[in-house]
Structures are given as C-alpha cells and as structure tokens.
Design a protein around this ligand. Structure first.
Ligand code: 0GY
Length: 309
C-alpha cells in the first residue's frame, strides 16, 4: 500500500497512515466488522469541505478495503470524517463500491431532505454522527441536532456521538433525551491517567448503565494512551494503560460494544499506529471468544446489518 499525493496542502505535521501494517497474531472471528474507520478523499475526486479544521492525506476506499482484507475483517462501518463536512460523497462512494461489505454513518444538516436521507439509506447509511469535539467542528445548536435525531429515528438509524470526558456532564441532558440508539465514540475519551474506578469514568459507566440505548466503541487506544504503543513483553499489551478502561466496558456491557481501527487515524501527533498491532490489542480487552464474537460480529451486525439477525 502507498500513500497517494493529495491535491490539497496537508495540515503541517500531518502523519500519514502506516503503509506496512503487520499481520495480526490474533485471528479475528469470521464475519468481524471494523466498525469505526474513515475515508479521506482522495481530494482530487472528493474535495475536502471548506469548513474543515484539518486537511488530511488521501486515504481512499481501495486502501481501506486492502487493509480490511489484510487484517482479516469481513466488513467496515465507514464514519463520515469532519474534513468532508456534510458532503458524504466519498463515504457513500466507498459504501456503494464495497459489494455490501460496508455500511456508513453520515453527517447531515437540518436542511437535508427526506429524499436525500433515502438515498443515503439505500447506499448503506445507518446512522448520523453528532460531533462535540471543539477542535474538529463548529457548534451546532442542540435543537437542530434533536430535530435530525427525530427524523433519522423513523429510518431505524442511530446517533453516534463524539465528545471528551470533561464535557459529559454538560451534554448529559441532551444525550439522555435522544430517542435512538446512541453509540459513543472511543468510550467518551477518558483521561486514562485517572483511576478506572474514579468519578470521571464512573459517570461514563453510569451513562451506559442507566440508559440501555447507549452503546460504546471501545476503540482508539492509540488516541487515549499515555504509555504508548510499546509493549513491555510477556502479557503486557501495547497501549496497556487503556486496557482496564476498555475491558471494564466490554465485560460490563458485552452486548453494547463495538470495535474499530479508526484508520486512517486523523490528527495523531506522536505516532502512527500499526493497524496489525491494534488488532492484537483486542484479546486484552475482550479476553474470551464469546466476548470477542459479540464485540466484533454480533453487535455490529445488530446495528448495521439487522436484516441478517
Ligand atoms: C476519530 C477521531 C478524530 C477525528 C474525526 O471525523 C473526524 O475528523 O473523527 C479525532 O481527531 O479525534 O474518531 O477519527
């Protein structure tokens, strides 16, 4: 695999995805879904949005599908990346070219028509993403988001939310009023230097415990970790400081967790992860084959390919 040259000027310091991922030691179960990944452009075919907060390298569908096959996944859930704003064309094109092996999560504005939502549905979209991470998006009023949530609820879609742990208290009332299934990206981005049984993470666990419609992606150890990718040998995992957090969520809510690579890993500053190593992280957070099957096969199928369940 190679990183293509973009027609856009990349954000200074941008790290391109790792072009030679290792073959994971952990063998994914048949039917495993990479339930959080993106496509970027390519910019020449699918220009990045004028309102974007970063300009990435190109990372298109062919490279994503090659990674899927290399790692041993059967399918992808492609999440609209903020660099494409509410123009879902690149994600939709990838879903349509996947031969049924990809479904999508879109970004839409209040102005989206029912006919446009129908086109997205037919292309494979099953959710919308609401992003509250201030470095990634401009503010959208909550009444606009609630209106979108009510409309997509009638299509049987869900809402994916991305926020940082310190913002959960302020967003709690909005999140708990959402009518759909709600999927949290990356466990609500906990500060993993804090105790796993401390008040910050307990609030997130309470969010899931008290609201059975809330699911979590136990993804992005590379984003959350302070200890980093270096394994210490033996049973020690890379990104080991994230293990207690992700494992707690998987073991407490085994039927409401998803996992994804987050390829091509936007906005990482320190290192670009080896996606093979990320797959090898999975058995540390889902230690039994039953938990692995739920996390990687059964749960994503229920949400994205419900017609098969
Ligand atoms: C992620 C995380 C990030 C970016 C985006 O859509 C995006 O731009 O999701 C981030 O910068 O933390 O899930 O890919």
């Amino acid at each position: 695999m190679s990183v293509a040259a973009s027609t856009f000027e990349k954000t200074p310091g941008w790290l391109d995805w790792f072009a030679g991922p290792s073959t994971p030691v952990f063998q994914l179960p048949p039917g495993a879904v990479d339930a959080h990944c993106h496509v970027f452009g390519p910019g020449a075919a699918f220009p990045f949005a004028p309102e974007r907060k970063y300009t990435p390298c190109d990372a298109g569908k062919a490279q994503l599908f090659a990674l899927r096959d290399h790692l041993g996944f059967s399918r992808n859930v492609i999440v609209q990346a903020t660099c494409h704003g509410a123009d879902n064309s690149a994600m939709i094109d990838a879903c349509r070219s996947s031969g049924g092996k990809a479904r999508g999560v879109a970004t839409v504005r209040r102005s989206v028509t029912d006919a446009q939502l129908q086109v997205l549905h037919e292309a494979g979209v099953r959710g919308v993403r609401f992003n509250f991470v201030k470095r990634l998006v401009d503010f959208t009023p909550k009444d606009e988001l609630m209106e979108i949530a009510a409309r997509i609820d009638t299509l049987g879609w869900h809402v994916v939310i991305y926020f940082e742990a310190q913002d959960l208290p302020e967003l709690w009332d909005f999140f708990t009023a959402l009518p759909t299934t709600v999927v949290v990206d990356h466990m609500g981005r906990p500060d993993v230097t804090r105790p796993v049984d401390g008040p910050e993470f307990e609030l997130f666990l309470r969010f899931m415990r008290e609201h059975p419609n809330v699911w979590s992606k136990v993804s992005c150890p590379e984003r959350l970790s302070v200890s980093g990718p270096k394994a210490l040998g033996g049973e020690q995992a890379a990104y080991r400081d994230v293990v207690p957090f992700a494992r707690k969520v998987v073991e407490t809510f085994p039927d409401r967790v998803l996992w994804g690579t987050d390829w091509p890993h936007p906005n990482l500053k320190d290192h670009m992860p080896d996606d093979g190593l990320l797959v090898d992280f999975i058995p540390h957070i889902a230690p039994t084959s039953e938990l692995q099957r739920k996390l990687l096969v059964d749960n994503p199928k229920r949400l994205y390919w419900p017609e098969e369940t």
